[in-house]
Design a protein around this ligand. Sequence first.
Ligand SMILES: *Cc1c(COP(=O)(O)O)cnc(C)c1O
Length: 369
Amino acid sequence: MRDTNHLIDLRSDTLTQACHKMREAIFSANIGDDGYEEDETTLELESYCADFFEKEAALFVTSGTMSNQIAIRYYTNPGDEIILDSSYHINYYEAGPTIDLGKVYLNTSNSKDGILTVSAIEEAISNKHRSELYNFPTLICVENTINAHGGKIFPIEELTKIYNFSRKHSIPIHMDGARLLNATVATGISPKKYAAYVDSLTVCFSKGLGAPYGSILMGTKSFIQKVKKYRKWYGGGLHQSGFMAAAALYAIKNNIPRLAIDNHIAKKFAELLSDIELLNVDPVLVETNIIMLDVSQLGITSFDFVKEAKKMNILLYPWSKYCVRAVTYSGITIEDIINATVRLKKVIFTFQTSEKFYVKEKENNALSW
Ligand SMILES: *Cc1c(COP(=O)(O)O)cnc(C)c1O
């Protein structure tokens, strides 16, 4: 039995740590210099992923951010436009690098649920004057699962419609599939099927899959050839990358079924939290491994809530002003989330009973926003 007050860290599924077998795979990896395409394990990982997702080619990259950035660089020229939802990582976190490195304009739609629709894309195009003299969208981005919307699964039906639209108008699609495999285990739709409706996609090894490092970027052979150059330009060209590739290969071969457990535990957590009316958690909206708590009704910000939860040995992530994120991953058990629910109830009780507390805390946090 663990200490009932042990630390429960729900900030992110990036907190997963390599298991013993993964460490053994790293230890015994066949390595070479990937700069000369001689790192056997990296080449094996790339060909395994290309087959697994049925794409022509794949490239092992340092991070999800680098995957997105080199893909954007491939599809766009400075001044071009990308259409996406404002909640996506490429806008929410990567607006800086996207604008600085890619020099593109992000034409965002503000959907309620993060699902980019054909009509939203059409609106984004027709909202502006279009002629040969002005910029034009050269890329559509989708995210699956949608982080900002509690790990929502991008529906395959909508993806198919976007795909048909994109063929008709010759605008390629890039999928930020950092947590795509959480979606595939939840829906039973194969990774290949999701991949078939996009020109390129990226998947993270360093989240629920439990590897310490890296993402895979996939697309056509000519796409991969070209983005390899940008990976090098941006400082992501590695040498004995086989050690990291061995962990990623272990992760993709062994850890996908485990993601269903994370999804299940998140759903259970949402069900337990749905008892707490003030948090507005709807278990139906929790489709994979992310739960969003809305603390606005408590009259406090997400920062206040996270700070108080920390005192109870629970770590959470303040997503936005009133939204707190909790993520499940391999270290988190059913026992943990039952325990976390009890402690969070105490946190809420603290806020409900201490008017003075949050007035004071609000003043302290006045500069946070
Ligand atoms: C984590 C994440 C990324 C970025 O991955 P890093 O490896 O941390 O750069 C991109 N997109 C989404 C949706 C993510 O969740």
